[in-house]
Design a protein around this ligand. Structure first.
Ligand code: PMM
Length: 276
């Protein structure tokens, strides 16, 4: 079994839905990154733009000021750092500061020049399924084609892979992500989680990000009264377990220790003591 990589989330934002500004300064974000490494994170995903539904975008200069010092400091300490950005300019600055992953939630749609940046640097490029910016994404949660949400996400990610290859990104450096919660209803998210094998069929490693998302809140509470963000972790650990058993490339999580423990259980469970 291949152990999924744990991508620990460091949101250097004042307005994230999940950790609401707790790590919004350079110092608190760096300290949080160190703590996530100590808990078992393989990669730290540093983001300076909140993508929660309805969020307005920061200026490029604000995003740069938020992420670059944090990336520089953590990369200098030897951490494998990812930058969570849709902007070519931010991705370029991050790569120069030591980031080894560009995690683009728009898969190259928001700023196609980001694909050129990914091609120019020695980085992995994560192409997530996305349809529109946060202010309008929920209007795009419509999947009427014959393949439903799974077919649409697979085909749209396939197109993102083609665009990245056309821009010169090496196939071996591409990772895909279904983009849970981005232009998706709770049912769409569950449908995708049930059919991750269809995305594996694209031939690229798959990253899954379910941590603290509202479809878990809806499941555990109701659509009108979702379970609060801080009380969704146990459900997310269940998903980390499921995703690990399915051999996914990675999970993107806030609570690294909880998912690391789940992955250890899966590894031990899958381990045959008779094997060398
Ligand atoms: N989700 C968020 C942000 N970035 N990146 C990837 N690759 N996959 C995701 O599912 C994803 C992402 C939104 O969650 P956050 O606000 O808690 O970071």
């Amino acid at each position: 079994m291949t152990r999924p990589r744990i991508m620990g989330i460091v949101n250097v934002t004042p307005d994230s839905f999940s950790d609401g500004g707790r790590f919004a300064t350079t110092d608190t974000a760096i300290a949080h990154g160190r703590e996530l490494i100590a808990q078992g994170a393989d990669i730290l995903d540093i983001g300076g733009e909140s993508t929660r539904p309805g969020a307005t975008r920061p200026l490029v200069s604000e995003e740069l000021d938020r992420v670059v010092p944090v990336i520089s400091a953590l990369a200098a300490e030897g951490a494998a750092v990812s930058v969570d950005t849709m902007r070519a300019e931010v991705a370029e600055a991050a790569a120069l500061a030591g980031a080894v992953v560009i995690n683009d939630v728009s898969g190259g749609l928001a700023d196609p020049d980001i694909l050129r940046v990914a091609a120019d640097h020695d980085v992995l490029y994560v192409a997530m399924h996305w349809r529109a910016h946060s202010t309008e994404m929920q209007q795009h949660a419509v999947y009427d084609g014959p393949g439903g949400v799974v077919g649409a996400v697979r085909d749209e990610l396939s197109a993102r892979i083609d665009d990245a290859l056309a821009a010169g990104v090496d196939l071996e450096r591409l990772v895909v992500d279904p983009g849970l919660g981005f232009a998706k209803s709770p049912d769409h998210n569950w449908e995708l989680l049930k059919h991750l094998d269809e995305l594996v069929g694209l031939g690229r490693p798959v990253l899954v990000g379910s941590s603290r998302k509202s479809f878990l809140g809806t499941l555990l509470g109701s659509a009108d009264a979702p379970r609060p963000v801080a009380e969704r972790e146990h459900a997310n650990v269940a998903l980390t377990t499921i995703v690990s058993l399915q051999g996914m490339w990675g999970v993107r999580v806030h609570d690294v220790r909880a998912s690391a423990d789940a992955i250890r259980v899966v590894e031990r469970f899958a381990h045959d003591p008779g094997e060398a």
